[in-house]
Design a protein around this ligand. Structure first.
Ligand SMILES: NC(=O)c1ccc[n+]([C@@H]2O[C@H](COP(=O)([O-])OP(=O)(O)OC[C@H]3O[C@@H](n4cnc5c(N)ncnc54)[C@H](O)[C@@H]3O)[C@@H](O)[C@H]2O)c1
Length: 298
């Protein structure tokens, strides 16, 4: 199985990061915006990210135009017809992803690999709406994609071993380290990380420590590069919320239930860095803890 042309669906944080990385390592990429509206915003974010990568030396300045030129940005899924790998990275919603997979199966060749970047949904549930099924797998990247080395390659119920091997090899070609994981809610990283973030929110709600002190404690005491609140804001609170709900639906254990504070921030549209406010308020430099979280949670 040879992967030569890669499609990416979804122009959010992850889709743009995957397109950037794939093109940086020499693969032509088709990046599809899956919702109505202009692609201008996605193009602006992509260009800004590529410029930043060049300014930091991750992309040689003389290669920048070629990398940019390898990414075709479109709002038409039909543009994926010639791709031998399509990586879906739209919103974490099973019905929306299943609809998309049904469509993709009709558009791409029967031997093209369809991979999902879901954080916690069942890859097998996506496989269930596809034909043929053995080319469906998960490719779980980490944010920010150009910088994070790991990719979890998800072996779902009927994924062919040859597909898993081809995806692992593809990961190495784009500078990533693959780890093959069986299809379990949250795979390895989020299955461990999500309860950790939820527990940090519970500590905040109980008044054990402030946002700043809990983050500081985990940075200095556990050598984490960032604390749980900075991390949750980085991931996106809607994504953390969806991960928590999906893991809870699977394991039904209280420690995986969603704390009130997270529900409320998401309800109000405070989704972390991408909206400018979450556990921290990023309109201030440096960011300050969200003032609304100073009061006890009822
Ligand atoms: N953020 C992370 O750290 C992270 C890491 C790994 C995987 N993921 C997964 O990647 C996927 C995308 O996450 P993200 O962080 O890029 O989110 P995001 O909010 O930045 O982007 C979501 C994308 O989904 C699109 N979208 C919204 N509604 C849609 C609809 N009805 N139909 C089709 N597309 C729709 C949006 O236009 C946007 O392009 C999710 O499955 C998420 O779980 C996220």
């Amino acid at each position: 199985m040879t992967i030569t042309r890669v499609g990416i669906v979804g122009t959010g944080t992850m889709g743009i990061g995957v397109a950037h990385t794939v093109a940086q390592f020499g693969f032509p990429a088709v990046l599809v915006k899956a919702t109505p509206g202009t692609v201008d915003k996605a193009r602006a974010v992509l260009n800004k990210n590529l410029d930043r990568a060049a300014s930091k030396g991750a992309i040689k300045p003389e290669d920048l135009d070629a990398v940019r030129g390898r990414i075709e940005l479109t709002d038409t899924v039909d543009a994926l017809a010639d791709c031998d790998l399509v990586i879906e990275s739209v919103i974490e919603d099973i019905a929306i992803k299943q609809d998309l997979f049904r469509k993709l199966c009709e558009i791409v060749a029967p031997n093209a690999i369809l991979a999902t970047n879901t954080s916690t949904l069942s890859v097998t549930a996506l496989m269930s709406v596809c034909h043929p099924r053995d080319r469906i797998a998960g490719l779980h990247f980490f944010n920010p994609v150009p910088l994070m080395n790991l990719v979890e390659v998800i072996h779902a119920f009927e994924t062919a071993d040859t597909v898993v091997t081809a995806l692992a090899e593809f990961c190495r070609k784009i500078g990533k380290e693959p780890v093959v994981v069986q299809d379990t809610t949250g795979f390895i990283v989020n299955r461990l990380l999500t309860p950790y973030i939820l527990n940090a929110i519970r500590l905040l709600e109980q008044g054990t420590g402030t946002i700043g002190d809990i983050d500081k404690a985990m940075r200095l005491g556990a050598s984490h590069p960032m604390g749980p609140f900075a991390l949750a804001d980085y991931i996106g609170l809607d994504v953390v919320n969806a991960m928590a709900q999906n893991i809870y639906d699977d394991v039904r254990q209280q420690y995986t239930s969603t704390p009130h504070t997270l529900t409320r921030l998401v309800l109000l549209g405070y989704l972390g860095r991408k909206t400018g406010k979450g556990f921290y308020d990023y309109s201030q430099q440096p960011a300050i803890p969200n003032p609304a979280l100073k009061r006890p949670v009822a």
